[in-house]
Design a protein around this ligand. Sequence first.
Ligand code: SF4
Length: 80
Amino acid sequence: MKIRYDRETCIGMFQCVDEWDAFEKNLDDGKADLAGSTEVDDGVFELDVPDGAELDAEFAARACPVDAIELYDDDGEQVV
Ligand code: SF4
């Protein structure tokens, strides 16, 4: 499972931070940071979701009010 985070779209509401601790508050930027992720495009970050964190990642993706977080299964199909 892979999570994709568009940091440009993020408006710093921090619901994701409450759902999954991989998302951290960056108060200087007013945006979340996704710990351990790789920037794959300008402002777009991806991370392989660790085993056992799938539900937390899904809740984080569903909680984002501006759909800055997408989740993909191992076949590349978008889950959230
Ligand atoms: S929930 Fe969405 S808008 Fe809020 S901090 Fe997380 S990514 Fe940004």
